[in-house]
Ligand binder design. Sequence first.
Ligand code: G3H
Ligand code: ZN
Length: 289
Amino acid sequence: MKTLKEFLQEAGENGSAVGHFNISNLVQLKGVIMACKKANLPVMIGTSEGEADFIGMRTARHLIDAAKVETGLPIFLNADHFHSFLKAKEAIDVGYDSVLIDCSKKPYRENLEETKKVVQYAKVKNPDISVEGELGYLVTESSKIYKEAVTIPPESLTKPEEALKYVEETGVDRFAPAVGNLHGIAANKPQLDFELIKKLRAVLPQDVTLVMHGGSGIPDEQMKEAIELGFNNIHVSTEIRIAYMDALRKMLGAAPEETTPYKIYKPVVEAISQKVSEKLELFGSINEI
Ligand code: G3H
Ligand code: ZN
C-alpha cells in the first residue's frame, strides 16, 4: 500500500487535495468513512489533543485499523495540533501514522527545536510517519462561530524566507502556513493571500506538502484556487461539527421519545457523510488507490 507521503505527492501532481477530517467518536468516523468509501478515496482522520483525550489514542488506532479492513481504504490517523514533543511522542508510540506538532504560538527558535525533535523521534521509529510543522499562526479556534468580523494581523502570516529555513532545519514532510485562513467560522468572509501562497510554494521544496488549516468557511472558489496553487492537504472540522449538531437537534426535535442510539445517530452519520462528500468533490481528489 502507498504511504501517506506518496498519496500527498500524487495529489500534488494531479492538482487535487487529500481531505483531513477531525473526529472524537464513532459517529463522526462512520460519517467520514461512508463518504470516502463512496468516492473510493484515501483520507486523513485527525484527533486534536482534546479529541484524542476523549476517544483515547489507542481506541482511535484500533478503530482506524478496523475501518481499513472493513473498507479496504487507505486511512491515515493524524495527531492534529499536538502542542509538545511529549504529546506527539505519545501518539507516535501508540502508532499514529502522522503528527502535526503545533508550536506556532511559541517563539520561532522554540517552535523549530521542538518540531525538529519530533521529526527525529518519528523517523527513527518509522520513516513513513509523516510529520507536519506550523509556522505563522491562526488567530482563532476551531469549532467556534464568531459573531464579529475577525481581522488577521500581518505579523501572524508566514514569511516565505523564514518558512524555507524552518522546513530545511526541521525536516518536516508537511508544512502548515498562515495565509489568511482561520480556524472556525468568522462573520466576515476570509480572504486568502494568493500572492503569499505562490511565494511559499515557489520557495519550499516540492516534496513538502502545503497543508490548509481552517478549511471551514473558505468560499469554494478560493479553496479551488488554493489547491491549484499547491495546497494538497485540507483540514475541515467546524463544518462537520455543525452538520452533526444540526442533524442531531433535528432528530431529537422530531422524535423526542426515541431512546435507541443507532436510530438517533443514523441521520447524523448521513449528514456528516453528505458534508464530507461535498468537500471531497471540491478538493478534486482523484487519487487512485
Ligand atoms: O486542524 C483542524 C482544522 O484546521 C479545522 O479547521 O474547524 O476551521 O475547519 P476548521
Ligand atoms: Zn487546524
